[in-house]
Design a protein. Structure first.
Length: 158
């Protein structure tokens, strides 16, 4: 199974097949506009802009499981991200990343790349790097700044 086999919802509630990203490298991130790591939106957008023409996309999945840091509704959240953070990369509907209601995509991501202490996502802005075959190849902690991931993206896009 690959990341491309999953379906997610857009911020407007439409079903989106991740197969539309087939052949692209992806960075999948659980985001939150009220999180202390929200300053990473700038770096994520820069990665998205710098590598989009080489077959790379950042995909944002808002999550409200960590101290209510994504309290706004999906359509409002997308607007907040565009206006306050200049985000143009795709943002999807809010998801659970842990627990019995974790989205199947996140169940797959966590199974593919466990964290240093178990497989649960520990906080917002955990990042999963996916190669062009849809395989999850690396997981980055919330504290890992987007620019630190750049060398790994470069390797994938060679």
């Amino acid at each position: 199974m690959s990341v491309y086999d999953f379906t997610v919802k857009s911020s407007k509630g439409e079903e989106i097949s991740l197969s539309q990203y087939e052949g692209k490298a992806l960075l999948i991130v659980n985001t939150a506009t009220k999180c202390g790591f929200a300053t990473q939106f700038d770096g994520l957008e820069k990665l998205h802009q710098d590598y989009a023409d080489r077959g790379f996309e950042v995909l944002g999945f808002p999550c409200n499981q960590f101290m209510n840091q994504e309290p706004v509704e999906d359509d409002e959240m997308e607007n907040v991200c565009k206006v306050n953070f200049g985000v143009n990369f795709p943002l999807f509907a809010r998801v659970d990343v842990n627990g019995s209601d974790a989205h199947p995509l996140y169940q797959h991501l966590k199974k593919s790349q466990k964290g240093t202490i178990g497989s649960d996502v520990k906080w917002n802005f955990t990042k999963f790097l996916v190669n062009q075959q849809g395989e999850v190849i690396e997981r980055f902690a919330p504290t890992t700044k987007p620019e630190k991931i750049q060398p790994e993206i470069e390797k994938l896009l060679k």
